[in-house]
Design a protein around this ligand. Structure first.
Ligand code: IMP
Ligand code: MG
Length: 174
């Protein structure tokens, strides 16, 4: 498997991240939201989004994983590592992609249990498919076809995160 055709260029990503930044700034005006990046996929998106908002933000990261290769394992690992600093906070979860919905629904529930006042979700990508668990993201960069994509933080078994464009993962032709 290797990165194939370009789905989103650097310019498309940059332009959309700026738009999301403006919308998020408008929404949280007067508040100090806590941006919670889901590692490792949200690495670049979180960094770019943070610089696209004009807000008094705090940042934290959580490392969650549910994938092995191209398959969702169905189990979300890493929630226990979340600290207790979420009580009373407006939390914005920042993730690379909404696929089955398992990761984001489990994380949202967990943050509410930890006392967050409000939990919202911003994803760069959302796959056009029926999410196994119904989750609604509040901000979505791009809705994409149900294909496996890599680049700009998204990986295939740890590879290709550093690609600047987002590409569809393809089978080699020979
Ligand atoms: P969900 O729990 O199935 O919604 O999966 C979300 C996580 O799976 C994302 O945060 C990604 O890390 C990973 N994932 C889902 N689809 C893709 C993809 O097309 N490329 C790379 N990672 C993906
Ligand atoms: Mg991820």
């Amino acid at each position: 498997m290797r990165p194939g055709s370009v789905l989103l260029s650097q310019t498309q990503i940059r332009t959309r991240v700026r738009q999301l930044g403006r919308s998020i700034t408008h929404h949280y005006r007067g508040k100090s939201p806590l941006f919670l990046g889901v590692m490792n996929g949200a690495l670049f998106f979180l960094a770019d989004l943070l610089r696209a908002v004009d807000l008094d933000t705090e940042v934290s990261c959580v490392r969650l994983a549910s994938y092995a290769g191209k398959q969702s394992s169905g189990i979300v690992n890493g929630l226990d590592a979340l600290g207790d600093s979420f009580a009373g906070r407006h939390v914005l979860i920042v993730d690379d992609i909404l696929d089955t919905g398992r990761t984001l629904s489990a994380l949202t529930r967990h943050l509410k249990k930890l006392g967050a006042t409000d939990v919202k979700i911003c994803v760069l990508l959302e796959k056009r498919r029926k999410h196994e668990i119904p989750v609604k993201a509040d901000w979505v960069g791009f809705k994409i076809a149900d294909e496996f994509v890599v680049g700009y933080g998204l990986d295939y078994d740890g590879r290709y995160r550093g690609l600047k464009k987002i590409r569809v993962l393809e089978k080699p032709t020979k």
